[in-house]
Design a binder for this molecule. Structure first.
Ligand code: PEP
Ligand code: MN
Length: 368
């Protein structure tokens, strides 16, 4: 990946974002009126003077005839309150004309929404419109869990010459989102972070949650996973918000929420902590070594079995045997306190590989 090569491996402070980590993006889902933006921004600025103040003015709604944003005039309100309270501002762009208008109005940051990231044509059109500018742009993850689409959008911006690119993790729409509006799939966020350590990754807990109650636990989870910042939709009167009313919080609740978080550091100077950590890590390393040894042994035997099956013209997949294995390991895992779903997922991967090895094996059955 082009981006991977250019961006080094070490994590560092992102100098183009205000304040140190965690970086904050707060503000309403949508700009609704000058008063709404003013009241919300005033309260945010008094507690979080370095937060980026966000508001959507073009709202991508699933169905037509719902509130689709106030459009151009909202940009003016946004830039005015930004100046008044000394806050950097951010808005969503989905079309080249949005980019042009936001730049003209002096908006400081742009973001590309989840519904746009899914479309390479739209992202490319935005990248072209952004060429020659140095405005920072965040890319939200696409609606569905496809990491390469998210990476592709980041790469398109990079290829357009943009230097200040960030990512926003806002969860993914699945058939079963569990208790969330958008399923977090933290694993994909962690994968993106591992691939592009220099790209700041902000967690949009509001669109993951869909409801206020879930916000504190999601915020803590993001901090525990060493994400670079939080996006939290904030409205001076959330109950009466014109969009996303259930998930927005007042600036007061926001302050409590942030105050309740436990911040962690990636490393610690405390020697005792470091020693203990080293010991535990060494144990993990040893166990990983053993796991890989055992897996290699298991796959070797699977290959042997494949040869015997070939010899005896027996199908590779034996459903009954597979179900028996799965029951046995789930039983044992359960006894040892391991989650059944985890064991099932793990064994599905192992079983797939085992079948692949049996299918691909070039070894011919011996004659004896
Ligand atoms: C938003 O941030 O208000 C928004 C529309 O988000 P998303 O693109 O993540 O749905
Ligand atoms: Mn919203």
């Amino acid at each position: 990946m082009e981006l991977e090569k250019e961006i080094g491996k070490s994590r560092r402070e992102i100098e183009w974002l205000p304040n140190g980590r965690p970086h904050y993006i707060f503000g309403p889902c949508s700009a609704e009126s000058p008063e709404q933006l003013d009241q919300t921004a005033a309260q945010i600025a008094s507690k979080f003077p370095h937060a980026i103040f966000r508001a959507g003015v073009w709202k991508p709604r699933t169905r037509p005839n719902s509130f689709e944003g106030v459009g151009l005039e909202g940009l003016k309100w946004l830039s005015e309150v930004g100046k008044k309270y000394g806050l950097k501002t951010a808005t969503e762009v989905a079309q080249p004309s949005h980019v042009e208008a936001a730049l003209k109005e002096g908006i400081d940051f742009l973001w590309i929404g989840a519904r746009t990231t899914v479309s390479p044509f739209s992202v490319q059109a935005l990248a072209e419109a952004l060429k020659g500018t140095d405005i920072p742009v965040f890319v939200k993850n696409p609606l569905h869990p496809e990491l390469s689409l998210w990476m592709g959008a980041l790469e398109r911006l990079k290829s357009a010459g943009l230097k200040r690119i960030g990512a926003i993790h806002r969860g993914f729409y699945l058939a079963d989102n569990k208790n969330y509006r958008n399923f977090p799939h933290w694993d994909l966020a962690v994968q993106l972070k591992a691939r592009y350590p220099e790209i700041p990754l902000i967690t949009d807990i509001s669109h993951i949650a869909g409801k206020r109650e879930l916000l504190p636990q999601l915020a803590q989870r993001a901090i525990n996973l060493d994400m670079d910042g939080l996006l939290i939709e904030t409205h001076h009167d959330p109950e009466n918000a014109l969009s996303d009313a259930d998930q927005q919080v007042t600036p007061g609740t926001l302050t409590e929420l942030i105050g309740g978080l436990t911040f962690k550091t990636v490393s610690s100077d405390n020697q005792e902590f470091q020693n203990k950590l080293d010991i535990l890590r060494a144990q993990i390393d040893k166990i990983d070594e053993d796991l890989i040894d055992k897996l290699a042994l298991r796959m070797g035997i699977a290959e042997e079995i494949g040869i015997y099956k070939k010899q005896n013209k027996v199908t590779i997949l034996q459903l009954e045997r597979w179900q028996q294995i799965l029951n046995n390991v789930k039983e044992q895992g359960n006894y040892l306190g391991l989650d059944r779903t985890f064991i099932e997922k793990l064994y599905n991967v192992i079983h797939d590989e085992s079948i692949r090895i049996q299918t691909d094996s070039k070894k011919e059955p011996s004659e004896d």
